[in-house]
Design a protein around this ligand. Structure first.
Ligand code: CU
Length: 120
């Protein structure tokens, strides 16, 4: 009888361990979140910080024709898309400061289409 109880106890412990491990695994998978950034001419954007590896979706509604260029800090300050990398679709946030601008016309300098997103 004691042996039966003992193996039942072991089985219950094993189930608890498996459930705990699957919960831990799920929380790790769910860690990468997606964030929307309003990407319209005239938008007012402040620097934000998210987790490295999170997804950034640049959402445009004004139909003006925009791009998303990842640039360095100096180019960000000057609103220069030169040497930057065009980003299509969702952008995966890299560790540290990420600088994005729209390099179309004066969308960055006059339309506010620039944002610093820090990954940490
Ligand atoms: Cu634009």
């Amino acid at each position: 009888m004691a042996q039966v109880r003992g193996s039942a106890h072991i089985a219950a412990t094993a189930v608890i361990i498996m459930v705990t491990m699957s919960m831990l695994f799920q929380s790790q998978v769910a860690e990468a979140a997606a964030h929307d950034v309003k990407w319209d001419y005239g938008v007012k954007l402040s620097p934000v910080t998210y987790k490295t590896g999170d997804t950034i979706n640049f959402k445009n509604t004004d139909k003006l024709g925009h791009n998303v260029i990842k640039v360095g800090q100096a180019a960000f300050g000057k609103c220069s898309g030169q040497g930057g990398a065009a980003k299509q679709g969702p952008v995966k946030l890299e560790s540290g400061a990420n600088f994005f601008i729209c390099s179309v016309g004066k969308h960055c300098s006059q339309g506010g289409m620039k944002i610093q997103i820090t990954g940490n």
